[in-house]
Design a protein around this ligand. Structure first.
Ligand code: SAH
Length: 262
């Protein structure tokens, strides 16, 4: 494993994927192995954190046990300071850094100090959730567009989203940070014309040992999310393509067939 994959004094924003270390890119793994210091979010899986070498410093900057995360300005300053001190800096972000990852703030903070900064992509939650459900996010005829949207509610304020645009029957909607606002999301989409029986999947802890995919319909969304723990990451997938579950098949018969081939 070459140690020089990161030049001293540079920053890599690295996509950590949905949690399972097997869903990291090979490049992400090499970067983690070469880091002097790793800043990571709360959503980065324990199996990924286990890949950080013992000699590297690790700094958690995400929400933990109800305590507030460091604010973005503080995170920017910590990353910049580490790079200016000549360290090889890895900033691990859940999923893909470019999807609801505040990547631009950190990139600009580094660039403003003349620090070289690079991005290594990761598997975003929507891709991983679709894979776990053996579903396709786009589907000929049924889902021509895929929209990634965040429904992070600020206190009691209503969500500032264009519901008419989102309520397309031929689309898949992936709602990040949408657990708390699930009732509002389903109510608004139905009011904007999306069918109440549109299939939904609530994907919880995707790719982790306690993964759960809860299938249902749009008008039951608020009910479906009730079973989810406060701290478990959950993604809402909404749209006709989410109803295309594969027909049940006998896994043991499949395994027997494979054995025969071998
Ligand atoms: N950059 C991340 C998204 C960060 S926003 C990505 O590309 O996936 C955080 C939200 O992502 C969570 O609230 C949840 O909606 C979703 N998410 C991230 N990891 C997840 C996982 N393992 N299972 C389900 N949802 C996940």
């Amino acid at each position: 494993m070459p140690h020089d994959v990161i030049a001293p004094g540079t920053v890599w924003l690295v996509g950590a994927g949905p949690g399972d270390p097997d869903l990291l890119t090979r490049k992400a793994e090499r970067l983690i192995a070469a880091a002097d210091i790793v800043f990571y979010d709360a959503l980065v899986g324990p199996g990924v954190l286990a890949l950080i070498p013992d000699r590297a410093e690790r700094v958690g900057v995400g929400k933990r046990s109800g305590r507030h995360s460091k604010d973005q300005g503080t995170i920017d300053r910590l990353i910049v300071a580490a790079a200016l001190a000549g360290k090889r800096v890895v900033r691990l972000k859940g999923g893909d850094p470019a999807v609801f990852g505040r990547a631009t703030e950190e990139i600009h903070a580094c660039a403003a100090q003349g620090i070289p900064v690079h991005v290594c992509p990761g598997i975003t939650a929507a891709s991983a959730a679709a894979a776990s459900g053996t579903l396709s996010l786009t589907l000929r005829g049924l889902a021509r567009t895929l929209t990634l949207v965040t429904a992070h509610a600020r206190g009691a304020e209503p969500l500032d989203l264009d519901w008419q645009a989102l309520a397309r029957p031929d689309a898949t909607l992936a709602v990040y940070m949408g657990r708390a606002a699930a009732g509002e999301v389903s109510g608004q989409l139905i009011r904007a014309g999306l069918a109440a029986d549109t299939p939904v999947v609530v994907a919880v802890n995707v790719s982790l040992p306690d993964e759960r995919l809860i299938h249902g319909r749009l008008d039951a969304l608020a009910f479906l999310v009730r079973a989810i723990g406060e701290r478990d990451p959950a993604l809402l997938l909404i749209g006709a393509a989410m109803g295309q579950r594969p027909p049940a098949y006998d896994r043991s018969a499949g395994a027997a067939a494979l054995q025969k081939i071998a």
